[in-house]
Design a binder for this molecule. Structure first.
Ligand SMILES: NC(=O)c1ccc[n+]([C@@H]2O[C@H](COP(=O)([O-])OP(=O)(O)OC[C@H]3O[C@@H](n4cnc5c(N)ncnc54)[C@H](O)[C@@H]3O)[C@@H](O)[C@H]2O)c1
Length: 384
């Protein structure tokens, strides 16, 4: 049997704790340890999970031990035991960690808060997995950029995009820190045009013609995007639906099922007993899809806390080369997390797939994602 890839996660916050749980679910990876600098309830959960805990800064060791945390050593010591580190520290700190990773000779993955140039490769599994094969470093792009790339890839690979425009309505803050940050009763527009997400998507999808505008609002459950895509030829709504349907990690939701707003979709994730109500898929409102002579219209929800988690898992496989085939890696990740094409397969029909699927689409959709055959698995009790 192939040796398991040994993984460290540095920064056990919104992203890091989810990456750690996802790594622990993979049969080809071993979570050797997690590392942080805090002593509060967040890292105590890692101890409950049985994850070995390390101190990212040696000077924090004493404080962490004094707080009764079972600290196994310093991050530098952890790095000696792993093949790859996933850095999920706050924006800017990841860049400062690079010399330490270089010195330890480990591969590293950063998150979207860091600049593209830090890693030289920005990653979204279904777009550029092969480019990342056996590379030393990569950056998994932000939640918004990941969602834009998944949706745009469905159309770009068919040569359908003349020019895309998207408006991003971002959440004001994350739930865990809502008592510290966030706004009330207002919306704050970004004054830079384009907002950074459009150019960021171009670091993954070269040649994508896209302009984004963004704002943040007074809510903390995910983002919503409105995309208007000028097409290279007139397409039907059915063709648009088909393109999105066969694109990995996009699932349809319907207003007529009561899924009329961001909170309703997140409530569905809770009812499905997904961990931390995570939605790793981009949720596209099928009811709101439309296309006319010149444009396609797409409305979609992006669960910022979780959408990039499967990308981190696939990125580990790509950088370490343990799986060369992007579709195989994505399907393995999807099965381990319960990523689906249909959130309610027993009662909600998927649209009929036309025979004209792309080769990659057919491979992804084969064996699975067939509605009722694929119920979403509940989390094991110990990880809820
Ligand atoms: N929150 C989101 O919605 C989201 C989505 C996608 C990508 N990202 C990106 O992921 C990265 C992490 O963001 P987050 O939201 O998880 O942040 P977070 O603040 O929730 O978590 C960061 C963690 O790193 C720890 N930390 C702080 N300094 C450290 C140090 N020197 N060494 C080790 N650990 C340290 C913190 O204690 C905290 O546990 C950022 O690049 C961010 O832009 C965030």
């Amino acid at each position: 049997m192939q040796k398991k890839v040994r993984v460290a996660v540095n920064g056990y916050g919104v992203i890091g704790k989810r990456v750690a749980d996802a790594v622990a679910r993979q049969d080809d990876m071993e979570l050797v340890g997690i590392s942080d600098v805090v002593v509060d309830y967040r890292i105590r959960v890692a101890a409950e999970r049985g994850y070995p805990i390390y101190a990212s800064m040696p000077e924090k060791m004493g404080e962490m031990k004094a707080a009764n945390l079972p600290v196994a050593g310093t991050l530098e010591e952890l790095l000696k035991k792993v093949d790859i580190v996933v850095d999920a520290t706050p924006k800017g700190i990841g860049a400062k960690n690079k010399p330490m990773y270089e010195k330890a000779g480990v591969k590293a993955i950063w998150q979207g808060g860091e600049k593209h140039e830090l890693a030289g490769l920005s990653f979204v599994a279904q777009v550029n997995y092969e480019k990342a094969l056996n590379k030393q470093y990569a950056r998994v792009v932000s939640c918004n950029t990941t969602a834009l790339c998944r949706v745009m890839n469905a159309l770009q690979k068919r040569g359908l995009i003349k020019r895309a425009r998207a408006v991003l309505m971002r959440r004001g803050t994350d739930p865990w820190e809502s008592h510290k940050n966030g706004m009330i009763n207002t919306v704050i527009p970004e004054t830079k045009v384009p907002s950074h997400q459009g150019p960021d998507a171009q670091t993954v999808m070269e040649g994508l013609n896209i302009t984004t505008l963004a704002a943040a609002g007074p809510y903390n459950l995910s983002h919503i995007h409105f995309a208007i895509v000028e097409t290279t030829r007139s397409i039907s709504t059915d063709e648009l639906r088909q393109a999105l349907m066969e694109e990995p990690r996009i699932a349809f939701v319907h207003a007529h099922d009561g899924l009329v707003a961001l909170n309703a979709v997140i409530e569905l994730m809770r009812d499905l007993e997904r961990p931390r109500h995570d939605m790793w898929e981009v949720a596209v409102w099928e009811d709101a899809l439309d296309a006319d002579e010149t444009d396609a219209y797409i409305t979609f929800q992006v669960d910022n806390e979780s959408i990039a988690i499967p990308e981190n898992i696939d990125c580990i496989r790509a950088l370490t080369g343990i799986e060369r085939d992007p579709i195989k890696s994505m399907k393995k990740t999807d099965a381990s997390l319960g990523i689906t094409k249909n959130f309610l397969p027993k009662t909600v029909q998927m649209p009929e797939m036309a025979p004209a699927m792309t080769e990659a689409g057919a491979a992804y959709m084969a064996e699975g994602y067939k509605g009722s055959e694929e119920p979403v698995p509940a989390m094991p009790a110990e990880q809820r």
